[in-house]
Design a protein around this ligand. Structure first.
Ligand SMILES: NC(=O)c1ccc[n+]([C@@H]2O[C@H](COP(=O)([O-])OP(=O)(O)OC[C@H]3O[C@@H](n4cnc5c(N)ncnc54)[C@H](OP(=O)(O)O)[C@@H]3O)[C@@H](O)[C@H]2O)c1
Length: 238
């Protein structure tokens, strides 16, 4: 019975880039999807773009560093749909000061700022949404991480971003452990190097290609992988 209900999804930071494409492909797949953004005007403009494509997506204002806005979003979803099936923690930042720095020079305040969005954002969004995900028969938390957070491939440059994504991978493992007796799975995804504002114009993949490698995990009704770090559905080194 529960399986026949439409799925409900929320994607953080989805007014552009990978997040917007995730919303588009989820909505095309018949999932009732919440496009969320910290900038209300940009979020509504993105919603209008998808509506012009014939996709009925819902918009919620949400800043992943603002706990009140996360609670407000959760309350709205609870009142309207009573559950959440898919949470994609996609919002992320990579400040210019970090791109051009290294571990010896990076200002601690930049590290804190990036950590607050890229690591604390997914952790506190998951905490606030968990009661809604528990009401799903196949709850999924997908943390959009990065190969730059892989300890096995740790390299120079982007120190704050790397630290935040390594810690995000720890969040994935910890939540997967703490939810092992539930129907919820938690995984980290590397989307590859993607042509977005963050990835730049020379990146290898389009957003469409990248999201096509993530969608099967989001839509699956099987338990599937849990506590893993995946790219295109295949495990990659932590
Ligand atoms: N592009 C790549 O090659 C690549 C590779 C590996 C991993 N990733 C990861 O993929 C995810 C999406 O990145 P992208 O390439 O699509 O970058 P993007 O185009 O820069 O989009 C990032 C999105 O996150 C939002 N955001 C930032 N801080 C936020 C906050 N506090 N609350 C809510 N939303 C916030 C941004 O909103 P604003 O417009 O308001 O800033 C924007 O919508 C990120 O987690 C990134 O680390 C990207």
């Amino acid at each position: 019975m529960a399986d026949r209900q439409p799925k409900i999804a929320l994607v953080t930071g989805s007014s552009k880039g990978l997040g917007l494409e995730l919303v588009r492909q989820l909505a095309r797949s018949g999932v009732i999807t919440f496009l969320t953004a910290r900038n209300e005007a940009q979020g509504k403009a993105a919603q209008a773009t998808l509506q012009q494509e014939g996709l009925a997506v819902e918009f919620l204002h949400m800043d992943v560093t603002n706990l009140m806005s996360i609670h407000a979003a959760a309350n709205h979803i609870e009142q309207k749909h009573d559950k959440l099936d898919i949470l994609v923690n996609n919002a992320g930042i990579l400040p210019d000061e970090d791109s051009e720095s290294n571990g010896l020079l990076i200002a601690p305040d930049i590290v804190r700022q990036v950590f607050e969005t890229n690591t604390m954002g997914p952790l506190q969004t998951s905490q606030v949404m968990i009661h809604l995900l528990r009401r799903s028969p196949h709850g999924k938390i997908v943390n959009i991480s990065s190969g730059m957070g892989s300890l096995a491939e740790m390299d120079g440059g982007y120190p704050a971003y790397r630290i935040s994504k390594t810690a995000l991978n720890a969040v994935t493992k910890i939540l997967a452990y703490d939810l092992q007796d539930s129907a919820i799975t938690v995984n980290s995804i590397c989307p590859g190097w993607v042509r977005t504002d963050m990835g730049g114009p020379n990146a290898e993949r389009s957003t469409e290609q990248s999201v096509a490698g993530i969608l099967p995990l989001l839509l699956s009704n099987e338990p599937g992988p849990n506590g893993q770090f995946l790219r295109d559905g295949m495990p990659i080194p932590w």
